[in-house]
Design a protein around this ligand. Sequence first.
Ligand SMILES: NC(=O)c1ccc[n+]([C@@H]2O[C@H](COP(=O)([O-])OP(=O)(O)OC[C@H]3O[C@@H](n4cnc5c(N)ncnc54)[C@H](OP(=O)(O)O)[C@@H]3O)[C@@H](O)[C@H]2O)c1
Length: 247
Amino acid sequence: MAKKLTEKVALVTGGSRGIGAAIAKRLADDGAAVALTYTSSPQKADEVVRVIEAAGGRALAIRADSTDVEAVKNAVAETVKTFGRLDILVNNAGTAIMAPIDQFSLDDFDRLVAINVKGVFVATQEAIRHMGKGGRIIMIGSVNSDIVPIAGVSVYALTKGAIASFTRGLARDLGPRGITVNNVQPGPVDTDLNPADGSFAEGAKGIIALGRYGQSDEVASFVSYLASPEASFITGANLKIDGGFAA
Ligand SMILES: NC(=O)c1ccc[n+]([C@@H]2O[C@H](COP(=O)([O-])OP(=O)(O)OC[C@H]3O[C@@H](n4cnc5c(N)ncnc54)[C@H](OP(=O)(O)O)[C@@H]3O)[C@@H](O)[C@H]2O)c1
């Protein structure tokens, strides 16, 4: 039986580690050819490609810093050149900078907006040039666009709030073309960015209904569903996967 994403091509930004690496592997498992971007971890990106290829899939790692507009555009172009088309864009590349608002520097503000917002805009605008009916744009936002239970996260929350609004507007822009746009909003997930044994974790676990961090594979399962034909009537949705963090 054909896998659910056979003949589809996906681009996952920030696919070398954490949630993005799990998504890249899962979409490849579902049958898609997968391109993934990275900026500072070439070995980890190559390892994701190796794992996918060892399982019989097709994958490509592309160095593309999300703050570099031309690099992001080239990543889309290289994906299409290599695999012939583009059906699924997962805007996962992102980071967090935490500081009290009085101490938040303008440089850090610009950097966070450049990666978490502008990079998403550029990748999306470029990707939709190649997408037809059935196309999928999937954002990795954050539960922090709706709930900010601790101090120091205001600018990160601002960027993820922008993604939630962008998702709604894009769904309207792209609905007539048969392209769906959805925003997956994780709560705390165990990655380098937010380790389950890190200093932030003890307090966070106390307000997660399930009492534990999520795993990247759990987010990848959700993305796999949204990328599939089964999710054809879901668009413009901001969807939490947070173990009840915001319940
Ligand atoms: N972990 C959580 O608790 C959590 C919760 C809610 C939302 N999220 C969101 O989920 C996404 C992934 O987070 P994560 O926890 O998996 O983070 P992570 O473990 O730090 O991994 C980040 C990934 O993004 C890439 N990346 C970072 N900056 C980049 C840039 N400027 N250009 C291109 N790629 C870049 C990294 O590439 P390199 O390896 O090359 O550095 C890496 O592949 C982010 O958007 C984050 O905001 C995470």
